[in-house]
Design a protein around this ligand. Structure first.
Ligand code: CA
Length: 250
């Protein structure tokens, strides 16, 4: 192997992705909210992420964390589970219901499988158990941030064939036709495009875009897709797969 440790390599990779992200399209700084009641860990994480060029806010209470996450503009939330005010799981549940496109990474001293599974079910995108490796946490955060904000070319844009989704403006374009989307339409299209080529069931879309509490017999997904097609025009690459769901396919 080379003289560079794997941890060091990850950090270098992380910086490269970050600087590519900053050069491409957006001059906006990526923002992370850290909800953690242990002062020492909170300060350590804030320093580490700031050193990587992120804007960082920290909160030590679950209820405050939820309020801040809902009100602010963040690209990632790092959430502890054992918190004063409101438990991390309750905060996660509410956050996923209100802002399902905001990725939440759980960072917790609990490492048993049931709590991990419950976290994923409530909408967490990743789970890191304490004690943790900073390099691993940074790498996992990087994956989420890249998924959320940065396309292959370093811009905040997703492309499927002629369909282009601008994540910052929440605007879609098919060829020259520009479409402003409602929050629901944007989230539905975003989810299909993130899973490009895959058939996504109505149930999955309901859960991801509307939340688990929605009646699975409802036809809101079909109605929303119809509206979306109306806005995007007949060339939009959104296919109906009979008895299965929908697919974004170039
Ligand atoms: Ca804690």
């Amino acid at each position: 192997m080379t003289a560079m440790s794997s941890g060091r390599r990850l950090q270098v990779m992380f910086r490269e992705v970050l600087s590519r992200a900053q050069r491409g399209g957006s001059k906006e700084q990526m923002r992370i909210l850290i909800v953690e009641d242990e002062t020492r860990i909170r300060a350590f994480l804030a320093r580490a992420f700031e050193a990587e060029g992120f804007g960082v806010d920290v909160v030590g209470d679950g209820a405050l964390g939820l309020a801040r996450a809902l009100a602010g503009k963040y690209d990632l939330v790092i959430l502890d589970l054992l918190l004063p005010g409101l438990s991390g799981l309750d905060a996660l549940r509410e956050l996923h219901r209100e802002k399902s496109d905001l990725p939440v990474l759980i960072l917790s001293a609990r490492s048993d499988l049931p709590i991990k599974l419950q976290s994923f079910e409530l909408g967490a995108v990743d789970y890191v158990a304490k004690p943790f490796s900073l390099d691993e946490l940074l790498a996992r955060a990087r994956v989420q941030l890249r998924r959320a904000r940065v396309g292959d070319d370093g811009t905040m844009i997703l492309r499927v064939g002629t369909l282009v989704l601008d994540l910052a403006r929440r605007q879609a374009r098919v060829g020259d036709k520009l479409a402003d989307l409602s929050d629901r339409e944007f989230r539905l299209l975003h989810f299909l495009m993130q899973n490009v080529g895959q058939v996504v069931s109505r149930e999955r879309l309901l859960a991801e875009v509307w939340g688990y509490d929605f009646d699975p017999r409802s036809n809101v997904v079909d109605v929303c897709v119809r509206r979306l097609r109306g806005r995007l025009g007949p060339d939009a690459p959104i296919e109906t797969v009979r008895n299965a769901g929908y697919r974004a396919a170039a």
